[in-house]
Ligand binder design. Structure first.
Ligand code: CA
Length: 370
């Protein structure tokens, strides 16, 4: 080998070594790039429960990527209006959102099924439908034209029926009653004679205090107490017929998601799943504790809706859901999947959860008049 060849060889090997070093740096750089995302929500910043979920996801994702993948959380109104989450995630103005699908029913008629429907599935059944019953695929299909990937974002469990300043004893008491109640439940409320109003959570207290609305539902004891609702309403009604297991959603801009390294995608999905599970645990504990506080307030009376009212609301619910199913093939497909899963899950619950609750209540002789 002559000198020229040796130099060429040395040159080539140095170059190769340099290339290897560069490509290995590039590869490690590519594998763990710095990513900065904006996450918008429909909730006041750091609101307990639902507002904690996006903060938890941001923290978990940062921890699992050594601080490389950062998600900055914006409360309602900070970057986008409370009900502008879907549009801003779709456009890419935000990379991610945390909200509830039923807020988008004006745009997507089938969306409310992905939060939950009146007299529908509870939290446990809802999550089973999404994860094991084909719900996730239908949800992704619904959002695909908008470039949005949805994921379960937590669940409130069965909500409370709401706060009223006059007792509800008959159907007449519903007539003209202006209540903050969103989604399909709002339509049902109107059909039963009431007037539904949609307001973001942050505006509820003022509206009820000023008398702009006569009644409101919000979430459950923990969040209702945090909003100060026991200070301005006397009757706290149960059960939350209208929201038996409302699921929240993480919405992710699909292009932004697809641009992530695959392990970041995995980490993000795992964080969302973990937070979704955590929320139900939070509400189970926090609502039980807050209910004790509310029960000890002498100005508040906890009541159950009379069966004549619940029967009417149930009947109106079936009408509204049937009308929705008849409105388009897309809605029908989701409706069929949801209702058939509920039917099957409910039959099982009758011999498991419900049977157990009945026995436990009877044995412990828990007073039912609260
Ligand atoms: Ca609610």
């Amino acid at each position: 080998m002559d000198r020229r060849n040796i130099l060429t060889l040395i040159g080539a090997s140095s170059l190769m070594a340099a290339c290897q070093e560069t490509s290995s740096d590039a590869a490690s750089g590519d594998q763990n790039p710095e990513i900065n995302w904006r996450l918008i929500t429909s909730w006041p910043k750091n609101f307990p429960g639902i507002g904690q979920a996006p903060e938890d996801v941001a923290r978990m994702v940062s921890e699992m990527t050594n601080g490389k993948f950062k998600i900055k959380v914006y409360g309602a109104g900070e970057m986008a209006p409370a009900l502008g989450v879907f549009d801003n995630v779709s456009s890419g103005a935000a990379h991610m959102g945390h909200s509830a699908a039923y807020y988008w029913k004006g745009k997507l008629a089938a969306a409310p099924f992905f939060t939950g429907v009146p007299f529908g599935m509870n939290a446990r059944e809802m999550h089973a439908w999404i994860q094991e019953g084909g719900g996730q695929a239908l949800w992704e299909e619904l959002y695909a034209p908008y470039g949005v990937l949805p994921l379960a974002g937590g669940n409130t469990g069965v909500q409370m029926g709401g706060w009223f300043n006059k007792p509800i004893e008959s159907l007449e008491d519903l007539q003209g009653l202006k209540m903050r109640i969103p989604g399909i439940a709002g339509e049902i409320w109107n059909k039963a004679g009431g007037t539904s109003v949609m307001l973001p959570g942050g505006e509820i207290f003022q509206a009820l205090e000023k008398g702009t609305i006569d009644a409101t539902e919000w979430l459950g004891p923990a969040n209702d107490l945090a909003f100060g609702l026991p200070q301005i309403a006397k009757y706290y009604y149960m059960p939350g017929w209208h929201e038996p297991g409302s699921m929240l959603e993480f919405s992710i801009n699909k292009k932004a998601f697809e641009a992530l390294p695959s392990h970041y995608q995995f980490i993000l999905k795992i964080a969302c799943q973990s937070v979704a599970d955590k929320m139900l645990n939070f509400y189970t504990a926090a609502n039980a504790k807050a209910l004790e506080t509310i029960k000890s307030n002498p100005n508040v009376e906890i009541r159950q809706f009379p069966s004549v009212v619940l029967d009417k609301l149930y009947q109106m619910t079936q009408e509204v859901l049937s009308e929705m199913a008849a409105s388009s093939d897309d809605v029908k497909k989701v409706y069929d999947s949801y209702t058939s899963f509920q039917k099957q899950a409910q039959a099982y619950n009758r011999v498991s959860e419900e049977a157990y609750y009945r026995v436990r209540t009877a044995i412990e002789s828990i007073e039912t008049d609260i």
